[in-house]
Design a protein around this ligand. Structure first.
Ligand code: NDP
Length: 248
């Protein structure tokens, strides 16, 4: 699929779910993987599995995308042979709580906004100047159907994904005239730890989310992400909206 062989792909939130599946999907194309998340142990075991599966090269960095200074210094301190990032997958994100706005937990709101909006901005700001300088690159942001369809009790998460859409479109406009591409991949429901995190570890409540439908798998989304990256350099897939066949 396209020529991703030897390309450096930086994936945030790579320790689980869509991010981890995306690492495997890019590895199959011969890409070099730069993987970030907070849980270092999970990143290390993922790196070992990827190498076992034949990944060309893997480098991991423990990083909390909410920490602006850490984002900047981590990118700055990358080894010289990992600095020229070709593809950035802004995937780190989460939902916390499912409650009416007027009784919602303000700490949950801050965690969502800090991760899904500010974290995405910090990483983009740290990585994209290098792409512009090299006049080559691709930013792939994880949006959601939640950016289009605000659902009851989910106003703040939906707002973060609506913000992601605006940031994605704004960045694409700002990069016109360069060869840097910008894509948002917007999935519906995907079966990952997302619901477990949303419900603060309540596995019974999380399992119910997937009860009455066949959700997308992380691999479904990962393959789509890789497909957008593998298009010829003059083709920019601005947006992919994908849902389970069961989801409205
Ligand atoms: P998971 O909970 O399985 O994975 C989330 C990943 O984000 C983990 O690797 C986690 O790693 C990382 N992460 C969370 N907070 C931070 C942080 N502050 N700094 C760095 N990494 C962080 O969820 P998904 O794979 O489902 O979610 C991935 C993306 O897809 C998110 O942006 C989500 O909004 C989006 N999405 C998910 C859908 C779904 O139904 N699952 C639907 C539509 C979009 P760690 O904890 O180690 O830091």
């Amino acid at each position: 699929m396209g020529n991703l062989n030897g390309k450096i792909v930086f994936i945030t939130g790579a320790s689980a779910g869509i991010g981890a599946a995306t690492a495997f999907a890019f590895a199959r194309e011969g890409a070099r993987l730069l993987l970030a998340a907070r849980r270092r142990d999970r990143l290390e075991s993922l790196a070992a599995e990827l190498k076992q599966a034949g990944a060309a090269d893997v480098h991991t960095v423990a990083l909390d995308v909410r920490n602006r200074a850490a984002v900047a210094s981590t990118i700055e301190a990358l080894p010289s042979d990992w600095k020229a990032i070709d593809v950035l997958v802004n995937n780190a994100g989460l939902s916390r709580g499912l409650e009416k706005l007027y009784v919602g937990n303000i700490e949950d709101w801050e965690e969502m906004i800090d991760t899904n909006v500010k974290g995405l901005l910090y990483v983009t700001r740290a990585v994209v100047p290098g792409m512009v300088e090299r006049n080559s690159g691709h930013v792939i942001n994880l949006g959601s159907t939640a950016g289009d369809q605000t659902y009851p009790n989910g106003a703040v998460y939906c707002a973060t994904k609506a913000a992601e859409r605006a940031i994605n479109d704004g960045l694409r406009q700002d990069l016109l005239g360069t060869a840097v591409r910008v894509t948002t991949v917007d999935p519906g429901m995907v079966e990952t730890d997302f619901s477990l995190v949303r419900f603060h570890g309540d596995s019974e409540r999380a399992a119910k989310v997937y009860q009455d439908l066949t959700p997308l798998t992380p691999e479904d989304v990962a393959e789509t992400i890789v497909w957008t990256a593998a298009r010829p350099a003059h083709v920019n897939i601005a947006r992919v909206l994908m849902t389970s066949i069961d989801q409205a």
